[in-house]
Every structure is written in structure tokens, then in C-alpha cells.
Design a protein around this ligand. Structure first.
Ligand code: GTP
Ligand code: SPV
Ligand code: MN
Length: 607
């Protein structure tokens, strides 16, 4: 056997034997022209950004420092749930909500796709750590990718480079475990072939091997498909680790709410993709004296602390936020974060003065370059920005970042919110009777599909705990795990659970609730409930405030709208029952009996 000489392969800045052998194996399979070990330095970032500009992937923005505009291939704009696979050894472990292929078969198929797939390209080796570097047990990974855009984005979204690699070998020489995460755009270059700004492949696979804690992604450069520390590691693989180890890996924001008395409450909230996590995490309260600080906008890892409370850590270091709808009124915090630069904007519009714009932002330009790289004017039939266009920006720039954001201990959660996008039925806020009832709310929550994933937008689907596309194992086992977490804790120390809906509409389709900063009124009611101070009416679905129980001072919306947003209509809920039954039947025997009990109790209360 002759070892292949690939420039850079032997420059490994680590002695970790698992890393060395895996990187060599991948290089020999994918045959890149060169290997770059990513160190995370500023000089390296400058070089990579310059290369991306040279390749036409990045256009530097004149109006924001160290920031870039990128437009993807028009076919590569969102997560591809149909092409996402949980390749557990046994099909029943993936469950009825995931696509499954046996790991041997998937590895055989993808090995052939990967063979020679990095020809003509650079293979980047990115060491990264999900969660604070100071953790006693850091969650490490190596992403191998052939797309420099992924390197630039991982730099924003994770703790990466030398600082992460230093954690791979303990001071005593022991090698830590890591998640190998392989990514290729699947677009080898033949000698002399010209590259395109956004290489990708019509064939896409986003595959997860839960038993070996391995990720293989092929064919897409879009965030959730290519930034493998994010959904692939921190949710799909981590949910399996969490099941095995007794913790929770969730699609949740984490915020700190500070009352006028300066008391802090930490809140975690699970809303499906493009349903308001970033906006709630960065909320600017409209009620006097209340403040919010941000800890995370997409993912929370929650474990019990020594005091028996549930503590949350955000594994990420950046925001990969939905651009459309973001403006100085809806989300001033996001605007102030991106304004400082060091950001990548993908599939938004590029203005003629070298800035970014998207639908919903102030100062609509008279002319711009659309995300499809076409001339755009306000008269154009198509939007300037793709509905799932995104900004990628460092958390450290967030002006209301909570000082404890990087603390490995995490923050103790007082309330968990589940929420979806429902035009009817689901009231603005609803408090669970207890943990089991709250788990039932999460397990049966539903939402209209958004542009964050390929497919039809607007269809109502069950999205348990906002994890439907991100569960690494059987949904029924996942519900059982949530119940188990509650059983192992003292009830008084568990977070209270709420079900919220900012998206209920009136007959004329307008939103009944103003949302955004006004959601602070709902958070205030929740905190007052926790303190035993706020009233609520007991309804068949849970404890719901009346309009007068909420602080509505200064709200300009008609009282009738607020009342309609809070309305619990038993007839609408009775129509929900068969849909929940159908959902439970889909999950099958593994639906825990506690949740079946909750369903019958709900049915009975609805009469
Ligand atoms: P992912 O990053 O895909 O997981 O999404 P997310 O849950 O962080 O969603 P985000 O906060 O980015 O919101 C998505 C869209 O919903 C944006 O267009 C927002 O402007 C809009 N939105 C957020 N909060 C509210 C709200 O309270 N009311 C209304 N009407 N729209 C909202
Ligand atoms: C989501 O779709 O929930 C996102 C964006 O947060 S992505 O990282 O692409 O999954
Ligand atoms: Mn998300």
C-alpha cells in the first residue's frame, strides 16, 4: 500500500490518533487537491474570505465591516427533510417520523458518492466544540468540508479552530471522543473546469449514524444541511446522547427575563423553524421596567444541576437567523448585532450601495440585486430576498447578551414554552396543569410549515416540541424520555410548561396579537403565575388568562382582538382530537400511557 501524498495532510496540529486516522481515511476517499487544518485565526479567516470573494461566493458589503453577501444556487435554499436520514441499526429506533436506511447500505451508497468528490478542491478540517470550551466534558467534533463558505460560517456559529482542538487531548494524554462530521458539496472539478459560486449537487443526503455518533452530509451547502455542528450534531446526534445519559437536547431559545424588582428568570422556548425563537430571544419588552437578555436563539441542552433544577446551555456561538421580517421595530437587537459587521448574509438582496435588504426591512430600495442575482425593483413579481434567507452573526456582538452565556454550568430554567404557528384554535398562552400535561402539550403541538424546509408552506402538521425534523430516534421513546425526566425530579423544581401562539388570526386574516416586543406581556404573566400572583381561568385545555389578567396598558389593539386571541373554543378543540389521535396512531405502541391518559382526560373535559 502506498500512502497518497496530498499536500497539507501531514500538517496535522494534533496527536489525537482518532482524528489523524479519520482525516487520512476521508482524504484518501475524497482525493482533494490539498488539505487545510483550520486554526480559527484572524489571518486564516481573512484568507478564506478573500478566497470566497475570488470564487464569487462572497461579495463584500460596503456598508458593513467585514461582512459578505452570498447567493446560493436557487435550488439549495433550505433544509431537505425528505433527504434527511436517521441510520440506526434497527429501523424501529428511528421511528415513524424519520427516514431510515440501514447504516451499512447508507455507508455503501455514500462512500461511492464521496469517492473522488473533492477532486480539484480544498478539504478543510474544522475542529469545533459545541458549548463552552470551559466545560469539564466538552462536546467536540471535527467537520471535514470542501466548501470554504462552511468554514466561514462555522467560525461564527461555533467555538472552533485551535481553541477547540486543544481540548481533544487531555493534559494527561488521554484522547477525548469527538463526533466525526463529513460534508461535501458533491461537485468535483475536472482539470481546467471552471468553478461556480455555489457548488452543490442535485443528489443530497443528510445522514446520521446515531450508534457511532457520526454525520455524513452530501450535496448541499445550505446552513442546516452543511453546518454540521448545528442541527445534525446538537439536535439529532445530541438527542440520542441525551436519551442515553438522562438530559435533553432541544430546539429551544434561552432568555433571561429581569423584572422591575431585578429578579431574573430564565425561560426556554421551543417553536418550529421560522416561528419566532430568535425574535423572542432578543425581545425588547414594551412594558416599563422589564428587561430581556439573550442566551441562545435555536438550541438548548438541559441537564439537572446539583440543586435538582434543570440548567440550560446554548451549544452555539452565533445566530443563523431568518432575515425577512427582521427590522428596527420587530427586532432592534438583531439589527444592532448585524450592524457591527463580521456577518454573512445568504439569499438576501444586495442594494446598489453595498448593503443588504430583505422584505419587511425599513428603507426599501428602488433598485437592488435579488437573491437570484437579478435586477429587482419594488414592482418586481418576486421577492428580493428568499423567504428563508439568513444572517449569520456572532453572539458576542449581541448588545443584550447575558453575561453568563459562556458559563458551562448553564442557567436554571423556570419556564418552558412550546409554541407554533396556528391561525386558529390555539390561544395566545395556556399553562399546563403539571409536567405530564405539559409534555402532552409539547408532544401534540402543531404548526404551519414554513420556508425553513423544502416543501409546501402553510400546511398544519404535528411538530412535537418543535423537534419533528431534528429527532435522532423514535418519537414515542422521546416522549417517554420527557416523562422520565419529570419523574426523576422534584415537581416544585421543574420548570412550568406553557403553550403559546403568537400567530392566531382574525376573520380578515390579520394577526390578532401584535407579537414581537409585546410578547413581554405574556412573559410577565408567566412569571407572575410562577410567583403565584396572576389569575387564570381553568379551561378544558389548561389555565388561560382573561384579557384583564394580562398587562395590556398602552396596547393599541382593540380589546376584542386580545379576547379573541385568548379564546378557548371547545368546538375547535373537539376538531383537534381526531388529529391528535391520528398522530398518536402514527407513533404507535410507543406512545406512553401517560400521554394517552392526557388525551382521554382532555376529551372528557371537552365533553
Ligand atoms: P429558525 O431559525 O428557523 O429555527 O427560526 P426562529 O424560530 O428563530 O424564527 P424567527 O424568530 O427568526 O422568526 C421567523 C419569522 O417569524 C420572522 O419573519 C419573524 O419576523 C416572524 N415572527 C417572529 N416573532 C413573531 C411574532 O411575535 N409575531 C409575528 N406575527 N411574527 C413573528
Ligand atoms: C431551522 O430551520 O430550524 C434553522 C435553520 O434554525 S437551519 O440551521 O438551517 O436548520
Ligand atoms: Mn432552528
Amino acid at each position: 500500500m502506498t500512502a497518497v501524498a496530498i499536500p497539507g495532510l501531514d500538517k496535522a496540529p494534533t496527536t489525537h490518533s482518532g482524528v489523524l486516522s479519520w482525516v487520512r481515511e476521508v482524504a484518501e476517499l475524497t482525493t482533494p487537491d490539498r488539505v487545510v487544518w483550520v486554526d480559527g485565526s484572524d489571518e486564516e479567516a481573512e484568507r478564506i474570505n478573500a478566497e470566497l470573494v475570488e470564487a464569487g461566493t462572497f461579495v463584500p458589503l460596503k456598508a458593513k465591516p467585514n461582512s459578505y453577501w452570498a447567493a446560493s444556487d436557487p435550488s439549495d435554499v433550505a433544509r431537505v427533510e425528505e433527504r434527511t436520514f436517521i441510520c440506526s441499526e434497527r429501523e424501529e429506533d428511528a421511528g415513524p417520523t424519520n427516514n431510515w436506511v440501514h447504516p451499512d447500505e447508507m455507508k455503501a451508497t455514500m462512500t461511492e458518492l464521496y469517492r473522488g468528490c473533492m477532486r480539484g478542491r480544498t478539504m478543510y478540517v474544522i475542529p469545533f466544540c459545541m458549548g463552552p470550551l470551559g466545560d469539564d466534558n466538552p462536546k467536540l467534533g471535527i467537520e471535514i468540508t470542501d466548501f470554504a463558505y462552511v468554514v466561514a460560517s462555522m467560525r461564527v456559529m461555533t467555538r472552533m479552530g485551535k481553541a477547540a482542538l486543544d481540548k481533544f487531548v487531555k493534559p494527561d494524554g488521554t484522547e477525548r471522543e469527538f463526533v466525526p462530521a463529513l460534508h461535501s458539496v458533491g461537485a468535483p472539478l475536472e482539470p481546467g473546469q471552471e468553478d461556480v459560486p455555489w457548488p452543490c449537487n442535485d443528489t443530497k443526503y443528510i445522514s446520521h449514524f446515531p450508534e457511532s455518533r457520526t454525520i455524513w452530509s452530501y450535496g448541499s451547502g445550505y446552513g442546516g444541511n452543511s453546518l454540521l455542528g448545528k442541527k445534525c450534531y446538537s439536535l439529532r446526534i445530541a438527542s440520542v446522547m441525551a436519551r442515553d445519559e438522562g438530559w435533553l437536547a432541544e430546539h429551544m431559545l434561552v432568555l433571561k427575563l429581569i423584572s422591575p424588582e431585578n429578579k431574573a428568570y430564565y425561560v426556554a422556548a421551543a417553536f418550529p423553524s421560522a416561528c419566532g425563537k430568535t425574535n423572542l430571544a432578543m425581545l425588547q419588552p414594551t412594558i416599563p421596567g422589564w428587561r430581556v437578555e439573550t442566551l441562545g436563539d435555536d438550541i438548548a441542552w438541559m441537564r439537572f444541576g446539583e440543586d435538582g433544577r434543570l440548567y440550560a446551555v446554548n451549544p452555539e456561538a452565533g445566530f443563523f437567523g431568518v432575515a425577512p421580517g427582521t427590522n428596527w421595530k420587530t427586532n432592534p437587537t438583531a439589527m444592532r448585532t448585524i450592524e457591527q459587521g463580521n456577518s454573512v448574509f445568504t439569499n438576501v438582496a444586495l442594494t446598489d450601495d453595498g448593503d443588504v435588504w430583505w422584505e419587511g426591512m425599513e428603507n426599501q430600495p428602488r433598485h437592488a440585486t435579488s437573491w437570484k442575482k437579478q435586477d429587482w425593483t419594488p414592482d418586481s413579481d418576486e421577492p428580493a430576498a428568499h423567504p428563508n434567507s439568513r444572517y449569520c452573526t456572532p453572539m458576542s456582538q449581541c448588545p443584550i447578551l447575558a453575561p453568563e452565556w459562556d458559563d458551562p454550568k448553564g442557567v436554571p430554567i423556570s419556564a418552558i414554552l412550546f409554541g407554533g404557528r396556528r391561525a386558529n384554535t390555539v390561544p395566545l398562552v395556556n399553562e399546563a396543569r403539571d409536567w405530564q400535561h405539559g409534555v402532552f402539550m409539547g408532544a401534540t403541538m402543531s404548526s404551519e410549515k414554513t420556508a425553513a424546509a423544502a416543501g409546501k408552506v402553510g400546511e398544519v402538521r404535528r411538530d412535537p416540541m418543535a423537534m419533528l425534523p431534528f429527532l435522532g430516534y423514535h418519537a414515542g421513546d422521546y416522549f417517554a424520555h420527557w416523562l422520565e425526566v419529570g419523574k426523576n425530579a422534584e415537581a416544585s423544581k421543574l420548570p412550568r410548561i406553557y403553550y403559546v401562539n403568537w400567530f392566531r388570526r382574525g376573520d380578515d386574516k390579520r394577526f390578532l396579537w401584535p407579537g414581537f416586543g409585546e410578547n413581554s406581556r405574556v412573559l410577565k404573566w408567566i412569571v407572575e403565575r410562577i410567583e403565584g400572583k396572576a389569575p387564570a381561568r381553568e379551561t378544558p385545555i389548561g389555565y388561560v388568562p382573561s384579557a384583564e389578567d394580562l398587562d395590556t396598558e398602552g396596547l393599541t389593539e382593540p380589546l376584542a382582538d386580545i379576547q379573541a386571541a385568548l379564546d378557548v373554543n371547545p368546538e375547535e378543540w373537539r376538531q383537534e382530537i381526531p388529529m391528535i389521535e391520528e398522530w398518536f396512531d402514527k407513533i404507535g405502541d410507543k406512545v406512553p400511557s401517560g400521554l394517552r391518559d392526557e388525551l382521554s382526560a382532555l376529551q372528557q373535559r371537552l365533553g
